[in-house]
Design a binder for this molecule. Sequence first.
Ligand code: KG4
Ligand code: ZN
Length: 339
Amino acid sequence: MAIVLAIETSCDETAAAIVNNCHVCSSVVSSQISLHRQYGGVVPEMASREHVAIVNAAISQAMQSAHLNWSEIDGIAVTSAPGLVGALLVGLSAAKTLAVLHHKPFLGVHHLEGHIYASYLTDPTLQPPFLCLLVSGGHTSLIFVKNCGDYETLGQTRDDAAGEAFDKVARLLDLGYPGGPAIDLLAAQGNPQRFPLPEGQISLPGGVYHPYDTSFSGLKTAVLRLVQKLEQTGQVPLPVADLAASFQAAVVRALTRRAIACALDYGLGTIVVGGGVAANRGLRQQLQQAAALHNLHVLFPPMQFCTDNAAMIACAAADHLNRGHCSPLTLGVQSRLAI
Ligand code: KG4
Ligand code: ZN
C-alpha cells in the first residue's frame, strides 16, 4: 500500500493529487478565488457548484500527470471533515464512486490532519512526537502529535483564526481577498514598529494569561480604531505598508511566543507548521529565529502545500492505509469535527 489518490473539496479549492507515500506524483489545485473575490469571501453554494463542475477534470489531470493507471492506485482518500458541507459532499461522492468502481480501499481524512502531514512532503523522515502549529483560515491550534491519528489540542484561538484575521484586516485596508498573501507582500515594505498593536492575551483567574490560547479579534478591532484615527486626522492615503507590517508583527509575535512556550513545556524538540498562514514570510523567519535560540527544530511545508491541496490529504491517507486503517462507504461529512 503506497500509491494514494486523494480529493480535497472542503472549501474553495478543487484539488486532486497522487502520492507515493510522501513523494508527490501529481498535484492539481484549481482555485475558486476569482469567483468569490467579488463577494469578499467564500459563497458556499457557489463553491459546491464549482466543485461539481471541475472535480472530474481535476482527477483526470492528476491521473494523467502521474502517468498511472487505475490498477497502480492502492487507495482512494478524501477530506471528509471539517469544511463546508455541500463542498465536502462533492469530493466524498467522487471518492466513494472511484473506490467502488475500481475496488480500492477508501479513507476519509480530517482536513487538519492533512495540514499536519504537509510537512512530511518537506521531510519524509519526520517522526512523532512533535508539536504542530496549525494556522489556517478556519483554525489556529497547537496540536501535540503523538502518533498517526493520535492528537491532542493544547491551545487554540478563542475567536478569529489567524488567517481569518489576515483576511479581515486586509478587507479593512482595501487589499482584496484573500488577505494573507496581500498583507505578507506589503508588510515586507513597511515598518513593523510604527504602530504598537496588542498581541491578544486570554486572561485566566489569578492575573495570569493562558499560555497557548490566542485571540485575534481585539487585534482586528485595534487596527480598525487606528485606521479611523488616521483617517480623522487626515493621514490619507493610509500608510498601508506600515499598518500591514505592524499587524503582521503582532500576529507573528503571538504565534511564535505560544508555539515556543508549548514546545518547551512539553519537551518537544520539533515544531511543524501547517495551514495557509504557514506561507507567511514573517512567520517563517521569526519562528525559525526564535526556535534556534532554544535549540528547537522548525519544519514548514513546501510553499505550494501550505494552502489547501490534495497532496497533503493523500500523504496522511498513505500513512493510515499502510497501518490498515480505512473508512466504511457509509461515511458522511461533518462541518465541524475536533481532530
Ligand atoms: O489552509 P488554507 O488554504 O484554508 C483553510 O483551511 O482555512 O488557509 C487559507 C488562509 C487564508 O485566510 C489566507 O489569507 C491565509 O491562509 N494565507 C496567508 C498567506 N497565504 C495564505 N496568511 C498570511 N500570509 C500568507 N502568505
Ligand atoms: Zn486548510
